[in-house]
Design a protein around this ligand. Structure first.
Ligand code: UDX
Ligand code: UDX
Length: 468
C-alpha cells in the first residue's frame, strides 16, 4: 500500500528477485497508478537510476500497479504499508509528531478486506510503538462482517526501509542490512524467506518490534547528525583558512569515524531526516527526556543555520544588493539523481533570494517547472521571447539548459551535485556572465584551479582563503 518513493522501488526490487511471487502495489491516488502503468517509462512518477529497467522487466508479469485496494488486500498473504507519515501540522504534537492517519486508515482497510492469515509489514517510518496500535486495529473485528470473514488473523512486522533516494535500486539490491522486527518467529521467517532470494542471511537482522522501529529513527538521526556536524565545521573552516574537504578526508580515514556522510553542503533535505528527528524529539519529550530532546533538536538548528548563512553569503558578496541581479540556480532537487524536492534546501534559499529582489534562472535536469512553481509558491515569469529582462525584481524562470541560465548572470549557485554541473566549462561560461561574476559552490564539486584562470570569483562551502 502506497506507490510512492519507497513503495514503488521496493516492490519493483522484490518482484524482480522473486519471480514466483505476485506483487501488487496499490494507491489511493489514481493519477499515481496511471503513471506507474504508463507505456512510456519516462513517465514513471519516481525517477531512480535503474528503476525503469526493473519495471520494464517485471511489470504486467509479477509486478502490478492498481487502485483496486479491496481485491488486492483480499488476495494478499503479506501487506506492506508504505504510505507517507509526514509531520503533524495541527493538534497535539503539531510540528514534531508524525501524522499517522494514513497508517491507521491503511490498517483499517487491511482489517476489513484481508482473508485468512495475513502478515502486515510496516515499511513506513513510524514512531516507536506504532505497531502496537496497528495490532489493536487489526484485532478489532468490525460488526458488519459476516462469520466467514471473521476467520482472519494477523501478525505485524516492522521492516524499515534504509534506501536513499538516487541510489534506491542499488541500496535495495545490495543492502548493508535488512532489519525485521516482530513478536512471532514464523512471521519473521516468512518475510526473511523473501529477502533470502537475494540478500545473504548474515545481513538479515532480527529484533523485537520496538528495536526495529526505533533503529530506523536512530539511523536517520545519526546520519543527519553527521551532516550537521560537518556543516558546523565548514563555517569554522571558512574563517580559519582550513578546507572542510581536507578535514573530512583526514577524520574519515579513522575507521572509528568512517568516510561517508561527511560532505558539507547547503544543509540536508529530503522527506526523512527532518521529519524523523522531529519525531524523535517529540518522543523524548513525551517520555520526559528533555535533555535528550534538546540534544537532537540542535541537529535541525544547525541545518537551518547552514541554509540561512549560505543565503547571507550570497547577498554579502553581491554588495548587499540583489535587486535586478540575475542568479543561475543549478540544481533544485534535495540531492543529485532524484526528482524529489521535499525539504530541499533550494526551496528556502531561492525564496529568500527572491525576497531580496534577485532574478533567478532555475535549472535542474529532473525537476519540472511546475514542481518548482508549486514549491516556491510563485509562478515563473514567462516573457514572449522567454527572456528575463534586466530591470526585473524577485522573479524566476525555468532554464532549459545550463548555458541559458548563465547568460548575463551575475552569479551561479550550485545547490545540487548533479554530474553535469561538475563538467561545466567555467572558462566558456565566464564569457557569457556579467562581470564581476560569482560562482557559489555549496557542494564542493567545482575544480577551483579551472575557475582560477577565469574572471569568475569563487566561493566554496567550507573553504577558507579563496579569492584572497
Ligand atoms: C516513505 C515512507 O513511507 C515514509 O514513512 C518515510 O519516512 C518516507 O518514505 P514515500 O514513499 O516517500 O514515504 O512517500 P510518498 O512518495 O508520498 O508515497 C506515499 C504514497 O502512499 C502516495 O502515493 C499516496 O498516494 C499513497 N497513500 C497514502 C495511499 O495509497 N493510501 C493512503 O492512505 C495514504
Ligand atoms: C535518507 C537515509 O540515507 C536513508 O537510509 C533513509 O531510508 C531515508 O533517508 P535520503 O533522504 O533519500 O535517505 O538521502 P541521503 O543520501 O541520506 O541524503 C539526505 C540529505 O543529506 C540530502 O539533502 C543530502 O544532500 C544530504 N547529505 C548527505 C549531505 O549534505 N552530505 C552528505 O555527506 C550526505
Amino acid at each position: 500500500m502506497g506507490a510512492g518513493y519507497v513503495g514503488g522501488p521496493t516492490m519493483a526490487v522484490i518482484a524482480s528477485n522473486c519471480p514466483d511471487v505476485q506483487v501488487t502495489v496499490v494507491d489511493i491516488n489514481d493519477n499515481q497508478i496511471s503513471k506507474w502503468n504508463d507505456d512510456n517509462l519516462k513517465n514513471l512518477p519516481v525517477f531512480e537510476p535503474g528503476l525503469a529497467e526493473l519495471v520494464e522487466r517485471t511489470r504486467f508479469k509479477n509486478l502490478h500497479f492498481s487502485t483496486n485496494i479491496e481485491e488486492s488486500i483480499k488476495k494478499a498473504d503479506m501487506v506492506f504499508i508504505s504510505v507517507n507519515t509526514p509531520t503533524k501540522k495541527k493538534g497535539i504534537g503539531a510540528g514534531n509528531a508524525s501524522d499517522l492517519r494514513w497508517i491507521e486508515s491503511s490498517a483499517r482497510l487491511v482489517n476489513r478486506y484481508a482473508q485468512g492469515y495475513t502478515i502486515v509489514v510496516e515499511k513506513s517510518t513510524v514512531p516507536v510503538k506504532t505497531a502496537a496500535a496497528i495490532e489493536v486495529i487489526l484485532k478489532s473485528i468490525s460488526s458488519d462482517l459476516n462469520e466467514l470473514e471473521n476467520h482472519k488473523s494477523f501478525d505485524v512486522l516492522s521492516n524499515p526501509e534504509f534506501l536513499a533516494e538516487g541510489s534506491a535500486i542499488k541500496d535495495l539490491q545490495q543492502p548493508d542490512r535488512v532489519l525485521i522486527g516482530g513478536h512471532k518467529k514464523s512471521a519473521i521467517e516468512a518475510l526473511e524467506k523473501l529477502y533470502l532470494k537475494w540478500v545473504p542471511g548474515e545481513k538479515i537482522i532480527k529484533t523485537n518490534l520496538w528495536s526495529s522501529e526505533l533503529s530506523k529513527l536512530t539511523a536517520n538521526a545519526f546520519l543527519a547528525q553527521r551532516v550537521s556536524s560537518i556543516n558546523a565545521i565548514s563555517q569554522l573552516c571558512e574563517v580559519t583558512g582550513a578546507d572542510v574537504q581536507e578535514v573530512a578526508k583526514a577524520i574519515g580515514k579513522d575507521s572509528r569515524i568512517g568516510s561517508r556522510f561527511l560532505n558539507s553542503g547547503p544543509g540536508f533535505g529530503g522527506s526523512c531526516f527532518k521529519k524523523d528527528i522531529l519525531n524523535l524529539v517529540y518522543l523524548c519529550n513525551h517520555f520526559g527526556l528533555s535533555e535528550v530532546a534538546n540534544y537532537w533538536e540542535q541537529v535541525i538548528s544547525i541545518n537551518q543555520h547552514q541554509q540561512n548563512r549560505i543565503y547571507r553569503v550570497i547577498v554579502n558578496k553581491l554588495f548587499d544588493n540583489l535587486s535586478e541581479k540575475k542568479i543561475a540556480i543549478l540544481g533544485f532537487a534535495f540531492k543529485a539523481n532524484t526528482n524529489d524536492t521535499r525539504e530541499s534546501p533550494a526551496i528556502e534559499i531561492c525564496q529568500k533570494l527572491l525576497e531580496e529582489g534577485a532574478v533567478l534562472a532555475i535549472h535542474d535536469p529532473k525537476v519540472s517547472e511546475l514542481k518548482i512553481s508549486q514549491d516556491l509558491g510563485k509562478k515563473p515569469y514567462i516573457s514572449r521571447d522567454n527572456k528575463l529582462k534586466s530591470n526585473m525584481n524577485g522573479v524566476w524562470s525555468y532554464a532549459k539548459d545550463i548555458e541559458e541560465s548563465l547568460i548575463s548572470a551575475d552569479a551561479a549557485l550550485i545547490l545540487c551535485e548533479w554530474d553535469i554541473y561538475r563538467k561545466v566549462d567555467w572558462n566558456q561560461m565566464s564569457k557569457i556572465m556579467r562581470s564581476p561574476s560569482w560562482l557559489f559552490d555549496t557542494r564542493n564539486i567545482v575544480d577551483e584551479y579551472s575557475v582560477d584562470r577565469t574572471k569568475i570569483n569563487l566561493w566554496k562551502v567550507g573553504k577558507g582563503n579563496l579569492n584572497e
